[in-house]
Write a protein that binds this ligand. Structure first.
Ligand SMILES: NC(=O)c1ccc[n+]([C@@H]2O[C@H](COP(=O)([O-])OP(=O)(O)OC[C@H]3O[C@@H](n4cnc5c(N)ncnc54)[C@H](OP(=O)(O)O)[C@@H]3O)[C@@H](O)[C@H]2O)c1
Length: 217
């Protein structure tokens, strides 16, 4: 697939690199320096290049939205018309100092995003996992023991076709996709992501703890 990365930081940089290594065509966009985007593209050692958000969006089969909540409007403006596009969002609706959700309970960041770009197909995924574990999950993917014991990753969305594509990307990273239902379920997965982050960064067990939480079947 052709995948556009909107936000090439911790999450977008790593997931874009993994998607390229898994054989997808990737355009890295939206960082504060063009050199960083080029470095990511070179470092992925796959079919990847640096581009603008508009270029990333133009021919993409799927887009990954991975920016801070305060940057969502800006990156969407730069991306242009996203009608009909599949957007996998890992962006959490956090306040400026990342201490709390600014959308919760009766809505979610994913639903707020879907309202901003009504003609796009939004799937919420990858936000329940700390970026630090992504390469480890991808590298373990091929190993026999890991195959039998893959960590789960929840995702949700309203468009079944878009969810199939998202599930494939989740598998490509090395997780077992767990369909949590319609997009409104992000009201529960987004606060869950905060719990995972709190335990991962403030507890004693580090980001790998996320695996145990995700493996709930
Ligand atoms: N990090 C995690 O483990 C994690 C886990 C789950 C969910 N999330 C969510 O995923 C989203 C992305 O998180 P992240 O940790 O990947 O964030 P991040 O590392 O800060 O990445 C955001 C990207 O946006 C770019 N950016 C910021 N301001 C910009 C500007 N004015 N112009 C152009 N580019 C700009 C940054 O550029 P630079 O690269 O130049 O800084 C960076 O590439 C957030 O909503 C977060 O809540 C993160």
């Amino acid at each position: 697939m052709r995948i556009g990365i909107l936000g090439s930081g911790l999450m977008g940089g790593k997931l874009g690199t993994i998607f390229a290594r898994a054989g997808h065509q990737v355009v890295f966009s939206y960082a504060r320096s063009q050199e960083k985007l080029k470095r990511l593209a070179r470092g992925s050692k796959g079919d990847a290049r640096a581009g603008t958000p508009r270029e990333a969006a133009q021919e993409a089969d799927a887009l990954l939205l991975a920016v801070h909540w305060s940057r969502v409007d800006d990156v969407l403006d730069q991306a242009g018309d996203l009608s009909g596009k599949l957007i996998v969002t890992c962006s959490l609706p956090m306040n400026a100092n990342d201490t709390d959700l600014v959308v919760a309970h009766t809505s979610s960041g994913a639903e707020a995003l879907a309202k901003k770009i009504r003609k796009a197909k939004v799937v919420s995924a990858f936000n329940t996992v700390p970026s630090e574990v992504l390469f480890g999950v991808f590298e373990a993917k091929g190993r026999a023991r890991a195959k039998a014991n893959k960590p789960d990753l929840v995702y949700c969305g309203d468009d079944e076709g878009a969810k199939k594509v998202a599930a494939r990307l989740i598998r490509d990273v090395g997780f077992d996709p767990v369909d949590a239902g319609p997009l409104r379920i992000a009201r529960y997965t987004e606060p869950f992501a905060l719990l995972v982050a709190r335990l991962a960064y403030e507890g004693n067990e580090g980001p790998e703890l996320a695996y145990r939480f995700e493996h709930w079947k």
